[in-house]
Design a protein around this ligand. Structure first.
Ligand code: MG
Ligand code: ZN
Length: 384
């Protein structure tokens, strides 16, 4: 057999290449320290499926932005093998791809869930041609239900925008902010004051919202005191701070929203977003991620207790996509130790979990397109 110098060189190069690749993977995995989370977060057990008849009066949609199965599993280990999310009796899987791209973003995936149509990457509230689409909040409000949006990001960020704004480009944040004047959501809470106040067109949308009848607030102390009417609470120029600084602010705002929106006898739809779970994925930062998922899970615990007491509330917890391609490599449940590795600084294309609790929860079992989240909620609340 004749082996040329060239083929020996090629084999040698291939050998070097494969060695480099595996060494890089080894390094990526091994540079992650094992992290211990010693302070166990409280969790509670609620009754499974508290059905009072078959009627659903209220729907609470909780979105963990970028929160795939691994983010939840890792937090479960870090919290010593227990989370409030363990209480959900019904689990489904949602396919997240956008109309023109396999790996989606929060704009396209948020739009799919908010309007029932797959749209282009980076679009919010519009179809692939750029035509505005009615969202769940629009339809619910037309039917006389109360509506809410409670997020930890800026309000002109993609996820909340998908439920209110109509724009083919999520980066047109000042235009998106102006759409809040037309979307008639009753309880609005988040950050992103810069897009409402420090604008190229010099409009002051905070005052315009006030003229529209909203009680406009800039601090939690002011917001907390409000007992009825419409709320527009924008607490920061940018996003709300990360969980260690934010404390239980988003939890409190979420429960406040439920208490106020439930004053409407016709019912309500609210979208609560743990927005910053996604940021931690982009940063490949497991400790920061754990804090965000813990805050999200703590809020789930409070929301489930609220829903259990109410009995006519359907709670859905899901993600818009996974962020970071996180893998859980090692850990110890008894010590709350985790070791993980990320494979990207962007999003990944895997299906994401959907958890449901309450009357009609069983509708969310199975594997389906993210657009079906909209269809199911619209059918359950009889919005069309
Ligand atoms: Mg988001
Ligand atoms: Zn992201």
């Amino acid at each position: 057999m004749k082996i040329s110098i060239k083929s020996i060189q090629l084999i040698f190069l291939l050998f070097c290449f494969s060695f480099t690749v595996s060494a890089q993977y080894q390094q990526a995995a091994d540079t992650k320290e094992k992290l211990s989370f010693t302070n166990e977060k409280p969790y509670s057990t609620v009754k499974v499926n508290p059905v009072k008849g078959k009627k659903v009066k209220n729907v609470i949609l909780m979105i963990g932005d970028g929160m795939g199965m691994t983010q939840i599993s890792t937090a479960w280990v870090a919290n010593h093998g227990a989370l409030n999310i363990d209480n959900f009796p019904v689990i489904g899987l949602s396919r997240t791809y956008a109309a023109n791209k396999l790996i989606t973003d929060s704009g396209a995936s948020g739009t799919a869930m908010a309007t029932g149509e797959k749209t282009n990457y980076h679009s919010v509230g519009v179809d692939v041609q750029g035509n505005p689409l009615p969202s769940i909040t629009d339809l619910a409000s037309e039917k006389g239900l109360s509506t809410g949006i409670v997020v930890t990001c800026g309000l002109s960020d993609a996820t909340p925008s998908a439920f209110c704004a109509k724009n083919p480009d999520r980066d047109k944040e000042e235009d998106i902010a102006a759409d809040y004047l037309n979307c008639n959501v009753d309880f609005i809470f988040g950050g992103g004051r810069a897009q409402f106040m420090h604008r190229a067109d010099k409009r002051d949308l905070m005052s315009e919202m006030q003229q529209k009848g909203y009680q406009v607030t800039r601090t939690w102390a002011e917001t907390e005191k409000i007992v009825s009417g419409k709320v527009f609470a924008v607490l920061e120029d940018g996003q709300l701070p990360l969980a260690p600084v934010r404390g239980d602010l988003w939890q409190q705002a979420s429960i406040k929203a439920l208490d106020m929106l439930s004053q409407n006898k016709k019912g309500f739809f609210v979208m609560l977003e743990g927005s910053r779970i996604d940021d931690c994925g982009h940063w490949n930062d497991i400790p920061a991620l754990m804090n965000e998922v813990f805050d999200f899970d703590q809020t789930i615990g409070k929301v489930l207790q609220w829903a259990e007491k109410d009995g006519e509330t359907l709670v859905i917890v899901l993600a818009d996509h996974e962020t970071g391609g996180l893998t859980l490599l090692d850990g110890d449940i008894s010590t709350g130790t985790v070791k993980g590795s990320y494979s990207t600084g962007g999003h990944s294309g895997i299906h994401v979990p959907v958890y449901a609790y309450g009357p009609q929860a069983q509708q969310f079992a199975g594997i389906y397109e993210n657009t079906e989240i909209f269809q199911k909620i619209v059918t359950i609340l009889n919005l069309k």
